[in-house]
Write a protein that binds this ligand. Structure first.
Ligand code: SAM
Length: 341
């Protein structure tokens, strides 16, 4: 159970704690701390109503954002921090806020290794089509893992695994401003890339506000965007994450080029022109469409066409253009008889 939040006022400030423990920021863990309470309060505000809910914070560090979360009195708080140096100050926060240790759990580990299936209270579990459960993921993410982490979680969302076995769990996370802009970029926005289409296929990402780099200690050479994500009841494709992500990865592999030029990378050199044109024809997408102008619906149809071609010519599926001197290409050219459509 959470005790009175006013006890937080009795604690030394986060700035004093950082000084007291002589904490220097570890660059390899992308440590840029937020010490401005107004900003950490604002991040929490965009997470919605977290009172009496379960919250998981990623990378609490010395705990400034954690304090803003605690002020809203979540029922249960789980902290996942890789750097052991922060453990004593997080324990101090726990001792002044929660009556039992299980209500504020401190996990010293890499968030990339955490399966959230066991972390939350079963009573919050909701069916996928219900309203979102009272569970929130919040984090001022380390830059070095933020893209890999959101891609992993988008896959988990698509498979309703980990935290999303509890329903449509919402996230409020920070990203380097450019990454945040890509996540929300719509059709015809030059920032549109695979991250935009994957994120928008399974969630509705919203760029809530920008935090200037000068608000962090130490100051990074970028600004930061706060993005909230609510998983969609119905994803915008019926394809699995694995194949849809693969097709997206290829379609956006060369920025500013026609999608079809990128699509060629999915097929062995000798057949690239025929199969990529066939893929676009089957999907009824204009071959001149630039990648950033492709809608999710276009990409979903291109994925259907790609799957069809893989079924027809199974050798294509494992073709990897990055592996040089593909023997496959020669063999395929001999064995494939491309039919005209
Ligand atoms: N939440 C704090 C704040 O807002 O001031 C710190 C944010 S700092 C940008 C990122 C935090 O994530 C650091 O505390 C860092 O040690 C932690 N971190 C880095 N890599 C991590 C990982 N793989 N798993 C969990 N925490 C990680």
């Amino acid at each position: 159970m959470i005790m009175s939040c006013s006890r937080l006022l009795l604690l030394p400030t986060v700035r004093d704690i950082v000084k007291l423990y002589r904490l220097s920021a570890a660059k390899q863990l992308s440590q840029n701390f937020l010490l401005n309470e107004k900003i950490t309060d604002r991040i929490v505000k965009f997470a919605g109503n977290i009172n009496k809910s379960d919250v998981l914070e990623i990378g609490p560090g010395p705990g400034a954002l954690t304090r803003s979360i605690i002020k809203k009195c979540p029922k249960k708080l789980v902290l996942v921090e890789k750097d052991e140096r922060f453990k004593p100050m997080l324990e101090m926060l726990r001792d002044s806020s929660y009556t039992t240790q299980s209500d504020m759990k401190i996990i010293i580990d890499d968030i990339m290794n955490i399966n959230m299936t066991e972390l939350f209270t079963d009573v919050h579990r909701k069916a996928w089509h219900d309203e979102a459960p009272n569970i929130h993921l919040i984090g001022n993410l380390p830059f070095n893992i933020s893209t890999a982490l959101i891609i992993k979680w988008l896959q988990n969302i698509s498979e309703k695994k980990s935290a999303w076995s509890f329903g449509r769990v919402q996230m409020t996370l920070t990203f380097q401003k450019e990454v945040a802009e890509r996540l929300v970029a719509k059709v015809s926005d030059k920032n549109r890339c695979r991250l935009s289409t994957i994120a928008q296929t399974w969630t509705s990402p919203k760029l809530q506000f920008i935090i200037p780099g000068r608000e962090f200690v130490p100051i990074p050479n970028v600004d930061v965007g706060v993005v909230s994500f609510i998983p969609l009841r119905k994803p915008k494709t019926h394809h699995t994450f694995k194949v849809f992500e693969k097709v997206n990865r290829h379609l956006f592999s060369f920025r500013q080029k026609h999608g079809i030029k990128c699509a060629r990378t999915m097929f062995p050199p000798d057949l690239q022109d025929e199969l990529s044109t066939l893929m676009y024809t089957l999907a009824d997408v204009d071959i001149k469409t630039q990648a950033y102008n492709l809608s999710i619906e276009n990409i979903s149809r291109l994925t259907s066409a790609y799957i069809y071609l893989c079924q027809k010519y199974p050798e294509i599926e494992n073709y990897n253009y990055r592996v040089s001197r593909q023997v496959l290409s020669k063999n395929l050219t001999k064995s494939l008889k491309i039919e005209s459509y």
